[in-house]
Design a protein around this ligand. Structure first.
Ligand SMILES: Nc1ncnc2c1ncn2[C@@H]1O[C@H](COP(=O)(O)OP(=O)(O)OP(=O)(O)O)[C@@H](O)[C@H]1O
Length: 246
């Protein structure tokens, strides 16, 4: 098993960018539970990739591997970026009872840069201010995480991810449970982030969000069932096959 970070991305003008992440023969899972089996694929740079598949097909596990929080049991994951990825988990995965305000939660996004016990610099505070403004949560700064609605908590976690200023943002179902306006704002934000130089991967059950992505990875029972642009990949036949019982 190998995980590599390449510090020198080649970006000669006009060249097709190398993928931000390439994985080959990738197997991974949880203690006593193998999930992903022998995946070969890539995450194109400066694009939105949607991970699609039924419940339990391995989307969150793949995000965990890309984020570096789950170690592959076999295969290779090769990163071409210069910064560690930022991972935004499903909002349900974050405890309601954590005694943290919204601002403190977003500030944790700077810990990778600063360490948890150091004072934040002026620049750190500016980054935190900017991402909170961008996500529309400035007015919630002093509220406890546990007092927020689902959508507000989702935006707070997203702000924490953005505060890391990574060039690879991994989002686990960022729009689940949001109202239509919230889903539209999330979709617009993803497009803006790519324009800002971020590579995005999001797991989703929302077919509109998947169709708006540049590329899709279809997972079925821990295996890669397809990879490519949504108009080619998300055909009625492919989707019917994906959701057939294994
Ligand atoms: N912490 C864990 N320990 C053991 N098994 C786990 C753990 N997390 C997930 N699993 C199992 O791994 C498999 C893949 O789960 P994963 O969360 O990656 O699927 P998913 O495609 O993201 O599902 P969903 O759409 O429901 O979020 C499932 O069988 C799940 O039960």
């Amino acid at each position: 098993m190998t995980i590599m970070f390449n510090k020198t991305p080649s970006s000669a003008a006009g060249d097709r960018l190398p993928p931000r992440v390439r994985f080959t023969g990738l197997s991974a899972g949880h203690p006593g539970r193998p999930v992903l089996e022998q995946l070969d694929g890539e995450i194109p740079a400066l694009a939105v990739t949607a991970l699609i598949g039924p419940n339990g097909s391995g989307k969150s596990t793949l995000l965990g591997v890309l984020a570096g929080v789950i170690r592959p049991t076999a295969g290779e994951v090769r990163h071409s970026g210069t910064r560690p990825p930022a991972f935004v988990p499903q909002r349900g995965a974050v405890g309601d009872t954590l005694p943290l305000t919204v601002r403190q939660t977003v500030e944790m996004g700077r810990w990778g840069e600063r360490g948890p016990w150091r004072r934040l610099t002026r620049r750190d505070r500016t980054v935190v201010d900017e991402v909170m403004e961008r996500l529309g949560i400035t007015a919630l700064a002093a509220r406890q995480l546990g007092e927020l609605s689902g959508g507000q908590r989702q935006r707070t976690l997203m702000a924490q991810g953005l505060a890391q200023e990574s060039d690879l943002l991994l989002l686990d179902e960022p729009a689940t449970g949001l109202d239509p306006e919230g889903r539209e704002r999330t979709a617009a934000l993803l497009t803006e982030l790519v324009a800002d130089g971020v590579t995005l991967v999001h797991a989703t059950h929302d077919m509109d969000a998947a169709r708006a992505a540049d590329t899709c990875l279809l997972l079925r029972d821990g295996r890669l069932a397809g990879q490519g642009p949504p108009d080619r990949l998300l055909t009625p036949t492919a989707l019917a096959h994906l959701w057939q019982p294994v």
